[in-house]
Design a protein around this ligand. Structure first.
Ligand code: PMP
Length: 307
């Protein structure tokens, strides 16, 4: 999907024209992945654009920064205010928001500490990530030959840029095999997440999602869907799922800020359930969109209005 320019990007404390938000080619992050980011969405509501779980996204950004020794030169309150102002200024009714904290130009070696920490926040229009057909009818996924990171390799719970080389390998392999995305196994061989989304499986009327210690990113959409599932009285368990559960479960879906709540129609060429969006997935998807689009009361305080 081609990036659609907005007028401004917030860059180190000021709004600059989109084309002027530039870095030096010897910036540390470009060479050594010394960066942390977030993916956030604002949805159009009857009361104007509303950001989903702003506070949780900023908190996760700061947690990532702590883990990778990347202290942002702004406070969480300043970053939240900058995100809100970015959406306001953009004029977008709904958009994707990308905060990025990175090591800039200074020294060039593995040790990042001699390089300044810089922050950018960009916004752009972004509709259905996998397209409306996938949102309605489901994605075809394949199990990847690439595993997610072991606990003592990369910090899987952090949204660290370096982790996304693993995600790219998963995605590229999946595309080569004709799938929309790949499902990565964790270090012990249990399915854990896709290149950029959390996994849910309905198996024997129980809704499972892998636990946070299973090599997954603590997805904020995952958390929203867990809340909705409990509210709807579903039996929701944060437990490891096996590959057999994935292949023989009645429903599988993926959650993420980009992915939203997207059904999975096939895995490795085998249909999931009836091969289209299942009833539980549809029910959770509709409940999610109803809240973020401001069509029902925001019962859990997910939304921050930009107006
Ligand atoms: N896992 C990975 C690897 C991701 O990149 C994402 C997207 N941020 C997710 C899960 C879903 O997280 P969230 O719902 O917070 O977007």
């Amino acid at each position: 999907m081609k990036l659609e320019k907005s007028e401004f990007i917030w860059f180190n404390g000021a709004f600059v024209p989109w084309d002027d938000a530039q870095v030096h080619v010897l910036s540390h992050a470009l060479h050594y992945a010394s960066a942390a980011f977030e993916g956030v969405r604002a949805y159009a509501t009857p009361k104007g654009p509303a950001i989903v779980e702003l506070e949780l996204h900023v908190e996760r950004l700061f947690r990532t920064c702590k883990v990778i020794h990347l202290p942002p030169p702004f406070s969480p309150a300043e970053i939240s205010a900058a995100i809100l102002e970015s959406v306001r200024r953009s004029g977008h009714g709904s958009c994707y928001i990308r905060p990025l904290v990175f090591r800039g130009y200074g020294e060039l070696g593995i040790d990042p500490l001699g390089c300044p920490v810089e922050v950018a926040i960009a916004t752009w229009p972004h509709g259905s990530h996998f397209g409306d057909d996938a949102r309605n009818n489901g994605l075809s996924l394949g199990v990847s030959s690439w595993r997610r990171m072991a606990q003592d390799t990369h910090p899987a719970m952090a949204k660290a840029v370096g982790n996304y080389l693993n995600s790219q390998l998963i995605m590229l392999e999946a595309k080569r095999h004709g799938y929309a995305d790949g499902i990565a196994l964790d270090v012990d061989g249990y399915p854990c997440e896709t290149s950029g989304g959390n996994l849910f499986v309905v198996y024997d009327d129980v809704l499972y999602t892998p636990p946070l210690h299973g090599g997954v990113l603590p997805g904020i959409t995952r958390r929203c869907v867990i809340t909705l599932a409990r509210e709807q009285g579903l039996d929701l368990r944060e437990e490891r799922i096996t590959r057999e559960m994935l292949l023989t479960g009645s429903e599988v879906f993926v959650t993420g800020t980009a992915a939203e709540v997207t059904p999975v129609s096939s895995i490795d060429g085998l249909p999931v359930g009836e091969g289209h969006c299942g009833a539980i997935t549809r029910q959770l998807q509709e409940a999610f969109f109803a809240v973020v689009n401001g069509k029902v009361e925001d019962r859990h305080g997910w939304l921050t209005y930009c107006g």
